[in-house]
Design a protein around this ligand. Structure first.
Ligand SMILES: Nc1nc2c(ncn2[C@@H]2O[C@H](COP(=O)(O)OP(=O)(O)OP(=O)(O)O)[C@@H](O)[C@H]2O)c(=O)[nH]1
Ligand SMILES: [Mg+2]
Length: 333
């Protein structure tokens, strides 16, 4: 599924050991959410022989508390209630398996994640989001990941607003040994990214990762600036930006959904990156986001290290949340 990296301590996912390695890092990152969620779930089902109304009500509260969102929670509880009535679902263990299935479905979006190969058309990825969510860090982690996949990478220092933003990106550029296109701070963001797109095209760079300044989704003028950046890039290459990813901080809770909706109105998003899942007990926010936006989560951040940016895998994510085995819904109890 994912390619092996030299620097990133990640065993090949092709092997059983590799799958377990991937799974345990994800589990580690989601430990806080799992802690409150699975303990709650275990308490609910402990000693119960059948599923009653009280159990369903408590399950509903658990899901809402984990930020799964009212919409998805209601759908899941309704579906389970219906199955319990039909006697299609009777013991609490079957309930956990059913829950796993519903959650996986809720975070899955049809369509493949694009796989880029060296030497194909150069791709432009625009990275946007509110202040401090982890945009620049994510770009650094992505640059390392792509390079180790054999892709050539260039960075564009499109955050011309925050002091030291350019230096921060340049440091990542040095770490990954990839070129950074920058201008003096105070320059026009669209102009920096425009130059970078041209430079990447003339060098035949595989992936250009464009950083942008953090901005509040409620500030109309700043959102318009983003629309301009997109327009300028699109004028150079009608297919660009090929990807526009919104980075959201999982610790923000349901406000992340509002952010995503606003950003999506200004620059059509193609995917999401959910960071800091390691810092919250509300890891269910990923479910709310996918449902409300209908957009795929591309990567999740489960820590500050390079290896802590994981490609998002719906099943692995849900297994990490529920502490179920990666083997699947039919795993022996
Ligand atoms: N625990 C944890 N910290 C993270 C994660 N991703 C980013 N961070 C940290 O979040 C902080 C902010 O990261 P930046 O990459 O500077 O965020 P930004 O969105 O570029 O910020 P601005 O450019 O100021 O808008 C840094 O201390 C990062 O190390 C993550 O997945 N987990
Ligand atoms: Mg930044």
């Amino acid at each position: 599924m994912f390619k092996r990296k030299n620097e990133i301590p990640e065993a090949s996912s092709g092997t059983e050991e590799g799958r377990r390695g991937l799974f345990s890092r994800m589990k580690q990152g989601l430990a806080k959410t799992r802690g409150s969620f699975t303990e709650g779930l275990a308490r609910l089902v402990a000693g119960k022989k059948q599923i009653d109304d009280e159990l369903l009500e408590e399950l509903e509260t658990l899901l809402i508390t984990a930020d799964v969102g009212v919409e998805v929670t209601t759908e899941i509880i309704d579906a389970i209630t219906e199955r319990v009535k039909r006697r299609d679902l009777d013991d609490p263990e079957a309930l956990v398996r059913a829950l796993r299935g519903y959650l996986v479905e809720a975070v899955s979006v049809p369509g493949e994640i694009p796989e880029w190969r060296p030497g194909e058309d150069n791709r432009v990825v625009l990275v946007v989001g509110v202040n401090g969510v982890g945009k620049t860090t994510t770009i650094g982690k992505l640059a390392a990941r792509y390079q180790q996949e054999g892709l050539s990478v260039m960075l564009a220092a499109g955050d011309t607003f925050r002091a030291a933003a350019v230096e921060q990106l340049q440091q990542w550029g040095q770490r990954c040994d990839c070129p950074v296109v920058a201008q003096d701070s105070g320059a026009d963001s669209a102009s920096v990214i425009h130059d970078a797109v041209q430079a990447a095209a003339s060098r035949g760079t595989d992936v250009l990762l464009a950083d942008t300044a953090g901005r509040l989704h409620t500030k109309t003028n700043l959102m318009e600036e983003l629309t301009k950046v997109r327009r300028v890039v699109n004028r150079l290459d009608g297919d660009a930006p090929h990807e526009t990813w919104l980075v959201v901080d999982a610790t923000t809770g349901q406000n992340a959904v509002a952010q995503a909706e606003k950003f999506n109105e200004s620059v059509p998003l193609t995917g999401l990156v959910v960071t800091k899942l390691d810092g919250t007990a509300k890891g269910g926010i990923a479910v709310s986001l996918v449902r409300r936006l209908g957009l795929p989560i591309r990567y999740i951040g489960v820590g500050e290290g390079l290896e802590d940016l994981r490609p998002f895998d719906p099943e692995a994510y849900v297994d990490a949340l529920l502490d179920t085995e990666p083997a699947g819904t039919d795993a022996a109890p």
